[in-house]
Ligand binder design. Sequence first.
Ligand code: FES
Length: 60
Amino acid sequence: MDNNKTICNCMDITRGEIIDAIKAKNLKTIDDVGEATEAGTVCGSCQDDIQEILDELNLG
Ligand code: FES
């Protein structure tokens, strides 16, 4: 999937930014990602997408 795609429209955070934060800080939960990037902290509608990214990275 395109890492330049915006995942969180409220905070204008891309998929690539979320992936980088997860890898750099070993994030495990949506709350972790919210603290690190602010993604998912406003309306919450992007939280399913954030969870999908977490699952992808942490399963492998
Ligand atoms: S789209 Fe991410 S909090 Fe609203």
